[in-house]
Design a protein around this ligand. Structure first.
Ligand code: ADP
Ligand code: ASP
Ligand code: MG
Length: 244
């Protein structure tokens, strides 16, 4: 019995089938006796499409309104995923970043997490529910406006929540089976790493490898949150990222 934070990226929840597939995996983790918190990204290319839509209205949208628009992507995902889990006979409650207590700076489009106060998540878990949290978003401490954490920011939401909840592990589910020595889509002979430490992962993320957002790795190192990166499409073990 443990507390697991699972994050599913956009490619894992690209359509209704993907939502249902992911819901089954979440329920499996719950059936294993764990408390489960799920962080979810916008479906497929939703974020890019919303940016494109905004640009058709105005070349330079205001940061506040762009963040309000983009956070809708994750909100669609969280509600659909909660419905898919409910359909499988388990209780699921979705929460926006703000409801989940993700407090940030006011820098729209690149806000930093200042604090996480996940009282409502803990309440949901204590009542036996699966908590679903919209990734990539928070609320500014100063302005009380909705903010986003920068592209790929759902990774950071997941690690920050895992730290605040003192989770046993933060599992990042994506469309590759782990962290490779190079991007496996560009370098077919890249090898999958069984484990890697925070410093090495920071270097890879800093060099632009988008498998994990740089800030999520910084957060994991600073709070010593063990991460496992793995595929949501297979059951093979992924890559562990720890202090070792
Ligand atoms: P998600 O939508 O799940 O957040 P991303 O597209 O952000 O997924 O990240 C996964 C992608 O990262 C993979 O499809 C892969 O092409 C890319 N990638 C880049 N560098 C690496 C690496 N070293 N190991 C694994 N994947 C990598
Ligand atoms: N949906 C956001 C993005 O596309 C956040 C994320 O996927 O992590 O950047
Ligand atoms: Mg990503």
């Amino acid at each position: 019995m443990g507390l697991i934070v699972q994050k599913y990226g956009g490619s894992s929840v690209a359509d209704a089938e993907g939502m249902k597939r992911v819901a089954n995996r979440i329920v499996a983790a719950k059936r294993d006796g764990n408390q489960v918190v799920v962080v979810v990204s916008a479906m497929g290319d939703t974020t890019d499409e919303l940016i494109d839509l905004a640009k058709q209205i105005t070349p330079i949208p205001s940061g506040r309104e762009l963040d309000m628009l983009l956070t809708a992507g994750e909100r669609i995902s969280m509600a659909l995923l909660a419905m898919a889990i409910t359909n499988l006979g388990h209780e699921a409650r979705s929460f926006t970043g703000s409801q989940a207590g993700v407090i940030t700076t006011s820098a729209h489009g690149r806000a930093r997490i200042i604090d996480v106060t996940p009282g409502r998540i803990q309440e949901a878990l204590a009542e036996g529910a699966i908590a679903i949290v919209a990734g990539f978003q928070g609320i500014s401490q100063d302005t009380k406006d909705v903010t986003t954490l920068g592209r790929g920011g759902s990774d950071t939401t997941a690690v920050a929540l895992a730290a605040a909840l003192e989770a046993d592990v933060c599992e990042i589910y994506t469309d590759v089976t782990g962290v490779f020595s190079a991007d496996p889509r560009i370098v077919p002979q890249a090898r999958k790493l069984q484990s890697i430490n925070f410093e090495e992962m920071l270097e890879m993320a800093g060099a632009g490898s988008k498998v994990l957002a740089l800030r999520s790795v910084e957060f994991a190192r600073n709070h010593n949150v063990p991460i496992q990166v793995r595929s949501s499409f297979t059951w093979e073990p992924g890559t562990w990222i720890t202090s070792q």
